[in-house]
Design a protein around this ligand. Structure first.
Ligand code: PLP
Length: 376
């Protein structure tokens, strides 16, 4: 593998972000195999590269979008369909899972009769005024303890307000199709899922008793990526989920999920070049040509701890790896295990960097960020 990376670097330069579509297809198949009752809506935000959307669309995936632009990235593949087919298809292919949408976005997507999430009364009023053709999914606040990125402090209605919000929506002439939640991203605490399923199943029972026939359960994202050997296995989570689905949700309830990280994280490698080297307070600092304002943005936004690998096999010591900008905040890590013998012009690489990386890159200090290449 190392030689292949070096050959690609010779051809394309650095920083180089290599995206492996075979791995994306494998991840999608693994998800389907272990959760056969669940339709996967890829969360485009994890990596919105159009080629990924295309690859997953061809695999039969559906998509979770957060903005009008992401909506159109997916709609690109639906627009050539006949009108009747398209109308039938849109909910099967796209869920707009951002609980807060500005009125302009609602106005623009209304004609597509989209499926959208909400979690509060003001949003319902806005949907009624600007997007009344939408089908609704109520997002609930669920435990997210121990997940790498917590969600419940910003999103989700309290489950005890669920019935009230659903009743309000129907009273306004809107239609609620189902319930959703998100247990937090990179969730290693599977109790978050079991607890969320128990809460949603209770609300399903309650709403059905009131005569509201909700039929969609959206279990969000959070599926853990094996960044290291301590991460609990996805397969183990799938076994728990399947038995909870069986136990708690009648067969007529359609189950969907919004996996982001799981589909793409393991499908990319970044190779950077050492552009500076200094010993600061006794520690070797490698200055590389990518940093936290660029492909390593996940260090900030995703609370991610990146791995670093050298092309040299020398003894490893604790070194710092920092980015190319003038900002002192641009430190990727102060404790990477790397040989101290690397020199300017040498390369280092990071694996499993496909999610929440290029998606949140900036052009800070005028640096363009990594070149992206695709392996199919
Ligand atoms: C609403 C929603 N769905 C799905 C995802 C994807 O989550 P993950 O990458 O953990 O699968 C996110 C991530 O932020 C999200 O906000």
């Amino acid at each position: 593998m190392k030689q292949e990376l070096l050959d690609l670097v010779k051809e394309h330069g650095t920083p180089l972000f290599i995206l492996d579509h075979k791995k994306i297809r494998e991840n999608y198949q693994t998800f389907k195999k272990h959760l056969p009752r669940v339709q996967a809506y890829y969360a485009v935000k994890a990596n919105s590269n159009q080629e990924i959307v295309k690859t997953l669309f061809e695999q039969g995936a559906s998509f979770d979008v957060a903005s009008y632009n992401e909506f159109m990235q997916v709609y690109e593949y639906l627009k050539s369909m006949k009108k009747s087919e398209k109308e039938f298809y849109i909910w099967d292919k796209i869920i707009f899972s951002n609980t807060i949408k500005d009125k302009e976005t609602l106005r623009k997507i209304n004609k597509y009769k989209p499926l959208v999430t909400f979690d509060n009364e003001a949003e319902l009023k806005k949907i009624l005024e600007y997007g009344n053709q939408a089908g609704l999914v109520l997002r609930l606040k669920v435990p997210d303890t121990g997940s790498q990125v917590e969600m419940s402090s910003k999103f989700g209605a309290d489950p005890s307000d669920g019935l009230k919000l659903i009743t309000q929506a129907f009273d306004m002439g809107l239609k609620v199709e189902g319930l959703s939640f998100h247990v937090g991203s990179q969730c290693g605490n599977f109790d978050n899922y079991t607890c969320a399923l128990a809460l949603t199943s209770e609300l399903f029972t309650e709403t059905r008793k009131q005569g509201y026939n909700l039929n969609l359960l959206d279990i969000g994202g959070g599926f853990p990526v094996p960044y290291d050997e301590h991460v609990p296995r996805f397969e183990q989570l799938a076994t728990i989920l399947n038995s909870e689905f069986e136990r708690l949700f009648p067969k007529d309830i359609e189950i969907v999920a919004e996996p982001g990280r799981f589909m793409v994280a393991t499908a990319a490698i970044l190779v950077s070049e050492i552009i500076g080297k200094a010993r600061r307070d006794g520690k070797v600092f490698y200055h590389i040509n990518d940093g936290v304002y660029h492909t390593y943005s996940g260090v900030v936004y995703d609370h991610w701890v990146p791995n670093f690998h050298s092309f040299k096999g020398d003894e490893k010591k604790i070194c710092a790896v920092v980015g190319p900008t003038c900002d002192s905040f641009d430190k990727i890590t102060l404790s990477a295990e790397l040989p101290e013998t690397m020199e300017l012009g040498d390369y280092i690489y990071t694996e499993n960097i496909g999610a929440y990386s290029t998606a949140s890159t900036t052009r800070f200090n005028g640096f363009e960020g990594a070149k992206i290449i695709h392996k199919y």
